[in-house]
Write a protein of this length. Structure first.
Length: 570
């Protein structure tokens, strides 16, 4: 018995180890070896744009590690470029992290909090002979960098004395030079096979007001000289970033080697594959172009891959976490099918979304044998996946709306919805049979005259006869008008930014947004507020938009019930 228990426990441990991603394996080894007693990670966005779903994956990874291993996660803005940064972006990032359900350790941190310490370390590097002031322009520095196969050319100012470098750097800080007139560079190796090690720029002059420090500084540290040292200041144990920073790691470590003090926590940079989605662009520069050129209504346009756009569209934090878990943490770059993201939100909303009946393209139905003044309230299930959600009452009367596509005047045997002489079940209500079709002078169908079976209440067959089609409907007398925005993928090409000879905007899907006016919804919708999510039965998942008012409810389609590209008729 004990042997069986031991074997079971061993298998459970093996299974747990098998399921760990490579970053979790590193973390567990560091904890087990005693290298770290506590795990501290960080999420370090630059406040120069809105976060997108790739950042969401990074947030989930960093904060998830902190939660899993009872550690901490800092939120730090790497605000080293005053020209591109904005308080609006910083505020949106805070909102995104909170919305995803995470709480950072302590106060929000800023790289600008460490400007004085970074300056002192720069002085130390100058004194130790590892940094110098260069008078070359940015173009000249770039031209002398060399190529991956050819070494670079040393700056004529590389061998200035320590005293001269200290003097010039101090004068740079005092504002005695113009933008671009001088930079501070690390003195490493101009023949290094790693281009990032060829005397990278540490500081540049920018006479621009910083959103936090004002005009206190006119020299600003470069990202590569900032993020590793900021990690070190904060005691970060595992500095997790995406693969494009893999070649930066030797520089990350080079700087740390020259400031590290024995006994302090030294951060380790670990890279993972960034998230790339099909039918999507993730570059901040390209997303900004979409906004500035009016291809979308803003950063939170529901077609955008930004977290704010996904939130407005009706995605849930849980669905993004489901998606991140399905994608996993990889070491190699790949493109994830956006269908997996859509599947993840369906999976969560199917379990949690309130059901409603809403007719998007109304066709009037008059039940000729239903008492003219009669009304009744019929019970409807709020969510069949969640019994605790209970039921609601839906009004029924003799005049209804059904979807226009649910009726065909000429239909084959495989069409199980309403047709002349055919019978269908109205969800939660009765069987109805179509007896007559009313058309206008142009031949357009305007109304169906039907009869109902009063013995089929609740949609149950009174005599065992089979009715295959079940339709959603709304009582005309009680219907609430709503406008529905149907969103599709913003791009028609799977890799819109993967064409060298074409601009990604050439692949914008002209049918990515269509608006349906005066759709008919059941009265329950009147109590909805922006952000409320629903499953409109048989039509998909929807969310109340922030543009809604008391006079007009505006609904965004989050996702169809199934991938429309594989949707079958019938």
């Amino acid at each position: 018995m004990n042997e069986a228990m031991t074997e079971k426990e061993t298998n459970e441990i093996r299974e747990e180890k098998k399921s760990l991603n490579f970053i979790e394996q590193i973390v567990e080894e560091d904890l087990k070896s005693g290298k770290h007693k506590e795990i501290i990670t960080r999420f370090p966005p630059e406040p120069n744009g809105y976060l997108h779903i790739g950042h969401a994956k990074s947030i989930i990874l960093n904060f998830g590690l902190g939660e899993k291993y009872n550690g901490k996660t800092n939120l730090r803005f790497d605000d080293t470029n005053p020209v591109k940064e904005d308080v609006e972006y910083a505020d949106s990032i805070l909102e995104d992290v909170k919305w995803l359900g995470y709480k950072w350790h302590g106060e929000v941190r800023y790289a600008s909090d460490y400007f004085e310490q970074l300056y002192e370390w720069a002085i130390k590097l100058i004194k130790d002979g590892y940094a110098y002031v260069d008078d070359q322009s940015g173009e000249e520095i770039s031209a002398t960098r060399g190529t991956p196969l050819q070494p670079g050319k040393e700056s004529p100012f590389r061998n200035r004395s320590v005293e001269e470098n200290l003097d010039l750097f101090e004068r740079m800080r005092k504002g005695e030079f113009k933008d671009g007139e001088k930079v501070l560079r690390a003195k490493i190796d101009m023949s290094s096979p790693n281009m990032h090690m060829r005397d990278p720029v540490m500081y540049r002059i920018k006479h621009a007001e910083h959103h936090r420090t004002g005009n206190k500084w006119c020299i600003y540290p470069m990202y590569d000289f900032t993020h590793g040292q900021s990690d070190y200041i904060e005691g970060i144990t595992h500095s997790i970033c995406t693969l494009e920073f893999e070649n930066h790691r030797p520089l990350y470590d080079w700087f740390l080697d020259r400031i590290y003090e024995e006994g302090k926590t030294r951060p380790r940079q670990i890279e993972f594959a960034r998230l790339n989605l099909s039918y999507t662009v993730m570059s901040k520069r390209k997303l900004l172009k979409l906004v500035e050129n009016g291809y979308v209504s803003g950063w939170d346009d529901p077609r955008m891959p930004t977290i704010s756009g996904l939130r407005r569209r009706g995605y849930t934090p849980e669905s993004l976490k489901i998606f991140a878990e399905k994608v996993g943490v990889a070491k190699r770059e790949n493109i994830i099918d956006v269908g997996l993201l859509e599947y993840s939100v369906r999976e969560h909303l199917n379990k949690t979304a309130q059901r409603l009946m809403t007719v998007l393209d109304p066709l009037k139905v008059t039940i000729t044998n239903y008492p003219e003044d009669k009304e009744e309230m019929l019970p409807a299930v709020n969510n069949p996946e969640d019994e605790s959600a209970g039921t609601r009452e839906v009004p029924f009367s003799g005049t209804l709306y059904i979807e226009r596509e649910d009726f065909r005047e000429e239909a084959n045997r495989k069409f199980f919805r309403l047709k002349p002489g055919g019978e269908v079940r109205l969800r939660y209500a009765y069987f109805i049979k179509c007896n007559e079709v009313i058309k206008d002078e142009n031949g357009n169908i305007t109304e169906l005259l039907c009869t109902y079976d009063p013995l089929s209440k609740g949609g149950k067959s009174p005599d065992g006869r089979k009715v295959k089609g079940t339709l959603h409907w709304v009582s005309a007398k009680h219907a609430v008008d709503v406008d529905v925005r149907l969103y599709d993928r913003l791009f028609s090409d799977e890799t819109p930014d993967g064409h060298k000879d074409k601009d990604f905007t050439e692949f914008i899907n002209p049918e990515s947004l269509s608006v349906l006016k005066n759709c008919k919804s059941e009265p329950f919708i009147k109590n909805a507020v922006p952000g409320d999510r629903f499953q409109f039965e048989r039509k998909g998942y929807f969310c109340v938009d922030k543009d809604s008012s008391k006079d007009k409810i505006i609904i965004n389609r989050t996702v169809a019930l199934r991938d429309s590209r594989s949707k079958k008729n019938g």
